[in-house]
Design a protein around this ligand. Structure first.
Ligand code: ADE
Length: 224
């Protein structure tokens, strides 16, 4: 069975383009994975469809209420599924984590509210908290999209060529080498001679040297 993902969000339409376009859209079309988007407000019970409320103890902003989230997750979860909350105070997303998640059968992703969610949600119906980076988004919906995009690359068949996966940044712990395509000369800028030489061993050496150089300049931490 292909990986099934349920996304719970207050902003379901933020994902419209993401799910229909590009490589991921093709993966969904071909059934290599399944993604369903759910509006958290469908699980509210009052006529104003209230999903958040003021924080106990005071302070600015609103907090996501437990009732609709518990009801939603309890309805969507399956035995053995992983229930994930996207939040800037979660564990950082890494290629290893993306790979691990791509091998699960069912993920339920909860996209948070920018100001926070009731702690009882985290304690009661969340298995793992994941951050996509040290910056704060207005809500977790784009973070859920980033997570799905990152893990979809590890699902066989989603990327056209298997090769593009193994060659790419971070699987080798080095940043990528520069790529060129036709024309060989464009506005006075020419493609490095070596790439036109047909000498594959020399090209490989050149690419590795560029990877080390770029990594040293931009991400020296990866070389440690
Ligand atoms: N929600 C808001 N900011 C986020 C982040 N950096 N990662 C995951 N979820 C978030």
């Amino acid at each position: 069975m292909p990986l099934q993902i349920d996304i719970l969000t207050l902003f379901p339409r933020m994902l419209d383009g993401f799910l229909t376009e590009s490589i991921l859209g093709k993966g969904l079309e071909h059934g290599l994975l399944g993604v369903k988007v759910h509006d958290l407000r469908s699980w509210t019970t009052d006529k104003h469809r209230t999903a958040d409320d003021r924080p106990f103890g005071g302070g600015a902003g609103m907090v996501l209420k437990p009732e609709p989230v518990f009801a939603a997750i309890e309805q969507l979860q399956t035995p053995g599924c992983r229930r994930i909350y996207l939040t800037p105070d979660g564990v950082p997303l890494s290629p290893a984590l993306a790979l691990e998640l791509s091998q699960q059968q069912h993920l339920v992703l909860l996209s948070g509210h920018y100001e926070g969610i009731d702690q009882r949600i985290r304690d009661g119906v969340i298995d793992q908290e994941i951050s996509i980076g040290d910056y704060v988004l207005t809500n977790g919906t784009l973070a859920a999209a980033v997570l799905i995009d990152a893990l979809s690359r590890f699902i066989p068949g989603v990327l056209g060529e298997e090769k593009s996966l193994t060659h790419e940044s971070f699987t080798s712990k080095l940043l990528d080498f520069p790529q060129y395509t036709r024309p060989a000369e464009f506005r006075g800028m020419s493609v490095p001679e070596i790439l036109l030489s047909g000498n594959h061993a020399e090209i490989e050496k050149w690419r590795q040297a560029r990877q080390r150089e770029k990594t040293r300049q931009v991400r020296p931490d990866l070389l440690k």
